[in-house]
Design a binder for this molecule. Structure first.
Ligand code: GLN
Length: 486
């Protein structure tokens, strides 16, 4: 499994800094470059999603349609998909074979954005195309539907960060809740399939259609466990008096760091005040290990990725290098060097290093310890049990859910130098490390930046398996107040 970095040659890979990128150009299918292709298949199914148009991220396989993961390594010609960061690696959707995606949120007329008035901003990543397509209602162009929905993947925040930057709803389900059959793995122990939509009700209908056991995915939760989780959620919901009396909401101290944009802190406070007005009790909670979440996430994700991406060698999978090389290994090295993008190569190198025997102790083993500590601390704050373990400690906070901002700042411009792309998702990665579900909802109040007003998302996180509670609370909050965007 080790040593995939050996098969990378050629150009030096510069160290991680988000590149200044001014080369945005509108796509062939839409002004934001959110869609990589489209097709006109009448898909009038009979099920709950019959008649709806859904766009699917480039890293999820579909029958009869090639999957490129926005990578030259898997480049093909046809299809209809959402642009994304190559192989789902990134936080701004700047690293893609198809070029960067622009964020539709700043433009009043989404079908006709004026890029000279407001220079394009990043949609967030890696599911930037999916969020931009929902925000700009791009699916409506092809099928006559009211709102658009997209399916993306979230390994460390890739559904929630774009949802926050583009001002749409996005859910990262519990680990195991929605089948990952057909997903091109980035980091298997963190990967989930999520949903993006304009309204919380649309998340719910799509979630209900997707959240079921799947014989093709052994990590997918079985029916017995689903029944147990449904019972737990309905006992919480039936305990609540209308609208949200009796709900216990945890405010996580570490999720409000001093670098958090002050307007986003205020917007989150507005939402917390509203929850309280609707009857919720606010409880302060603190998780001391949370500051180490980002380091643990990247060591884990990149180690798993370096192993997963070993299969793209241009022999069995992936693009071929035109010139034959002197040896089999040189051919693989040439294929991988020519066809992976810079960011993916950087991550393969870092991940392979973390897996070496010299680095294992200081990197991967430490990450596993941090991950266990975060999971232990977070699960203990909930009143309901985490059914993945036989017994658990309780911290006494006894909350039903946690509320915190989704992102540290509003969407940066595509041509703006950001300090580090890896810092974009400091607030999102812990949910993947713990496997817990999170729903990011767009606040109605926007963040004033220059003379634009940009969206910000608020995250609602619950005990593992309590996805339906998040959907219930967010729908109730949207119906009973004006703090969330509709
Ligand atoms: N930005 C994170 C990363 O690049 C998350 C990506 C994801 O969730 N797919 O690893």
């Amino acid at each position: 499994m080790l040593g995939h970095a050996r098969f990378l040659v050629g150009k030096k890979v510069p160290l991680a800094h988000s590149r200044c990128l001014s080369s945005f150009s509108p796509g062939r299918f839409d002004p934001y470059n959110a869609l990589t292709a489209t097709w006109d298949v009448p898909t009038g199914g009979e099920g709950t999603l019959g008649g709806w148009s859904v766009s699917i991220k480039e890293n999820i396989a579909m029958e009869g349609v090639p999957t490129t993961c926005s990578s030259k390594m898997l480049e093909t010609r046809i299809t209809s998909r959402n642009n994304c960061d190559e192989l789902a690696m990134g936080g701004l959707n700047k690293h893609s074979l198809f070029g960067p995606v622009a964020n539709p949120a700043p433009y009043e007329d989404v079908s006709n954005p004026d890029f000279t008035m407001y220079r394009p901003r990043a949609p967030g990543g890696s599911s930037g195309g999916a969020a931009a397509a929902v925000r700009a209602n791009l699916c409506r162009v092809y099928v006559n539907v009211l709102t658009a929905r997209s399916i993306g993947t979230d390994t460390g925040g890739s559904v929630r960060l774009p949802a926050s930057y583009c001002g749409v709803y996005g859910i990262k389900p519990s680990y195991g809740m929605i089948s990952r059959w057909g997903v091109v793995s980035y980091a298997d122990s963190l990967d989930t399939v999520g949903i993006l939509a304009r309204a919380p009700e649309d998340l719910t209908t799509t979630f209900d259609a997707l959240a079921s056991p799947d014989p093709h995915d052994a990590t997918c939760i079985d029916m017995t466990m689903r029944a147990k989780l449904a019972k737990d959620v309905s006992s919480i919901v039936s305990r609540l008096q209308k609208p949200l009396h009796g709900l216990r909401v945890g405010i996580v101290a570490e999720m409000f760091p001093k670098e958090l944009h002050p307007e986003i802190a205020e917007i989150t406070d507005d939402v917390l005040d509203t929850l309280q007005r609707l009857g919720a009790t606010l409880v302060d909670v603190s998780f001391s290990v949370l500051s180490k979440a980002s380091s643990a996430y990247y060591a884990t994700a990149l180690s798993e990725a370096s192993s997963n991406l070993g299969r793209f060698d241009g022999v069995r999978y992936g693009a071929h290098y035109e010139k034959p090389q002197s040896t089999f290994f040189n051919t693989i090295a040439a294929n991988r060097s020519a066809n992976f993008g810079e960011e993916v190569k950087r991550r393969i190198l870092l991940g392979t290093f973390a897996l070496t025997s010299e680095a294992w102790k200081s990197h991967l083993r430490t990450s596993i310890q941090i991950r266990n500590a975060i999971t232990h601390q977070m699960r203990a704050c909930f009143a309901a049990p985490d059914h993945r373990v036989l017994s658990q400690e309780r911290s006494g906070a006894d909350v039903d859910l946690l509320v915190y901002p989704t992102a540290m700042c509003p969407a940066p411009r595509l041509d703006e130098e950001t300090a580090s792309e890896y810092a974009q998702d400091v607030l999102t990665v812990s949910a993947n490390l713990t496997g817990m579900p999170v729903l990011s909802a767009p606040a109605s109040r926007r963040v004033p930046v220059d003379n634009e007003r940009l969206p910000a998302g608020i995250s609602f996180q619950a005990q593992w398996g309590h996805d339906q509670l998040l959907l219930h609370v967010v729908e109730t909050l949207a119906r009973n107040s004006d703090v969330l965007a509709t």
